[in-house]
Design a protein around this ligand. Sequence first.
Ligand SMILES: [Zn+2]
Length: 75
Amino acid sequence: MLKKSIKIFLLSVVVFLMLLSSIQAQKILYKGNIESKIYHAPHCRFYDCKKCTASFDSKQKAEQAGFRPCKVCKP
Ligand SMILES: [Zn+2]
């Protein structure tokens, strides 16, 4: 009985670690408004705007492209 509960425990640890690594593997994509030259974080309400067609995987890349951070979401 004890061995079975250890197996279940180990299995849940493995599942937890897999979930954790999949979250970390996700790249945060910033989206840039090509008209206002402002970039947004994914949680921003302007993230999916019509003019937000530029996308960046880092803040540095967005700023190198001439975009500035949004004042609402503060990426
Ligand atoms: Zn924003």
